[in-house]
Design a protein around this ligand. Structure first.
Ligand SMILES: Cc1cc2nc3c(=O)[nH]c(=O)nc-3n(C[C@H](O)[C@H](O)[C@H](O)COP(=O)(O)O)c2cc1C
Length: 452
């Protein structure tokens, strides 16, 4: 008998609308389907995750091909280090059409997009999906992206977050520019909508001027769910103010525990309820019918499919630093990390995790990852459920963002072998009880900021 009062895990699929998952070797995996340019591939992923009762499928995004390593995109194209990234609003439209419950999240940048565009895209998705939209708010980290949007280099780190704060203020204002009861649809009067309930925003700030109102009525969830993955001091402050679901990339349980505690304290200090804001580390799962089968698959993942040039290409993007000028045996020193402008925290954590001061560029390049790293769970369904529960019950997280070693097989394995075990233990739903993403996550529908 399933015990329903237990704390429930949240599960999110960490999706990529392109040729590779966050694991750059994924496109070379023998079981990977090369369907990334076909609607049917995304339909299959969406259906699979919904069958497994996942809370959300969320797509990451980058607005450029990796082009920092050696000042060229050649290595990204040659090694398949995510040179392909499709437009997410269309991919989510495809996923929405073949599902009815699973949440649908996309990454949009506050540095390159505008509040009106983002507010309109996600409000539309929320309506057409019946309340399932989520926005992963990112500030974007490197010059490759800046150069596709008419700039030469990325804005400084904290300025990006200042802009993001104002971006969110304007976007929330637009989502709330229609009162919930503004639509009347009275043919006889005629009164389409009550003009006293549709408001001009007239936002006039340091970064944006937005008149409004939005051309989309208030959406089923009130506002789409806000996802965020800031890990720096300023990033955590931003997440504490805005995020409703937080992604992390902490490699070990101790780092994850202290991140969890610190972020939840910051949320409480903002006057928000930390229990309703879930923190989910990304995690790879390598599942097998037996332990030996899983371990054999792990070797493929750890060694056989890792291309050091693909790793260096992606490392250069994440650190916003051209590593082509360094010898492979160059040590990754504190000074080196301090001198680059990309995601320092992630590389610091990985360096500690794989060997501290002695780590060289070759070690990082040989590492399996894109350096967006969480734990790796390996084994049979019950083994993996044990490892997940260690984190979940051990004060390190509220669930997981599952990254794929290959697609769609990695998710089919989780749904077939891990999810039933979590359900049997009563820590994960065996059916959806709500229809909106907010209902799956236990988040209230926010009242309008206008107090209407
Ligand atoms: C699971 C996860 C997913 C992320 N997805 C994206 C993404 O799609 N696009 C992006 O530009 N950054 C992405 N990031 C990076 C974060 O937005 C953020 O820049 C990073 O965690 C560093 O934090 P900071 O900006 O506070 O320094 C992701 C991070 C994590 C942990």
């Amino acid at each position: 008998m399933v015990e329903r009062s237990k704390r429930q895990m949240s599960l999110v699929g960490f999706m990529q609308a392109g040729n590779a998952t966050v694991y750059a070797g994924s496109w070379r995996h023998p079981a990977t389907e090369h369907g990334f340019l076909k609607a049917s591939y995304y339909e299959k992923l969406a259906r699979t995750l919904e069958e497994g009762c996942f809370d959300l499928m969320f797509f990451d995004d980058r607005l450029a091909m990796p082009g920092i390593y050696g000042g060229s995109v050649a290595e990204a194209v040659r090694t398949g280090a995510r040179p392909v990234k499709l437009d997410l609003s269309i991919v989510l439209g495809v996923a929405a059409a073949v599902t009815s419950r699973i949440g649908l999240g996309a990454t949009y940048s506050t540095t390159y997009y505008t509040p009106f565009h983002v507010a309109r895209t996600f409000a539309t998705l929320d309506h057409l999906s019946g309340g399932r939209a989520a926005w992963n708010v990112v500030t974007s980290v490197n010059d490759s992206e800046a150069q596709n949007y008419g700039m030469t280099e990325v804005l400084p780190h904290d300025a990006r977050y200042n802009r993001a704060d104002e971006f969110l203020e304007a976007t929330v204002g637009l989502w709330d520019s229609w009162d919930d009861d503004a639509l009347v649809l009275d043919r006889a009067t005629p009164l389409f909508a009550d003009p006293t309930k549709v408001h001009q925003l007239d936002h006039d700030g340091e970064w944006f001027k937005v008149r409004g109102p939005l051309t989309v009525p208030r959406c089923p969830q009130g506002r789409p769910v806000l996802l965020q993955a800031g890990s720096s001091g300023r990033g955590r402050e931003f997440a504490a103010r805005w995020a409703e679901l937080i992604f992390t990339g902490d490699p070990g349980i101790d780092i994850a525990r202290s991140h969890y505690k610190d972020q939840k304290e910051q949320i409480a200090a903002r006057g928000r309820n930390p229990d309703t804001i879930k923190m989910l580390p990304m995690a790879y799962t390598v599942v097998g019918e037996s332990k030996a089968h899983a371990e054999e698959r792990e070797q493929l993942f750890l060694h056989d499919l890792v291309d050091p040039m693909a790793s260096l290409t992606l490392l250069s993007e994440l650190m916003n630093y051209d590593f082509s000028g360094l010898e492979l045996d160059a040590p990754i020193t504190d000074e080196l990390i301090e001198s680059v402008s990309g995601i320092r925290g992630l590389v610091q954590n990985i360096r500690t995790h794989i060997g501290g001061e002695t780590v060289t560029l070759a070690d990082l390049a040989g590492h399996r990852a894109t350096l967006l790293q969480g734990p790796r769970f390996v084994g049979t369904g019950p083994d993996i459920a044990d490892q997940m529960q260690e984190w979940f019950d051990g004060g390190a997280c509220d669930g997981f963002v599952i990254a794929a070693t290959h697609t769609p097989g990695a998710y089919e394995d989780v749904v077939r072998l891990v999810v039933p075990e979590l359900q049997r233990r009563g820590v994960f739903r065996d059916r959806y009880t709500g229809t909106t993403l907010r209902e799956h996550l236990g988040l209230e529908r926010p009242a309008s900021s206008r107090g209407a």
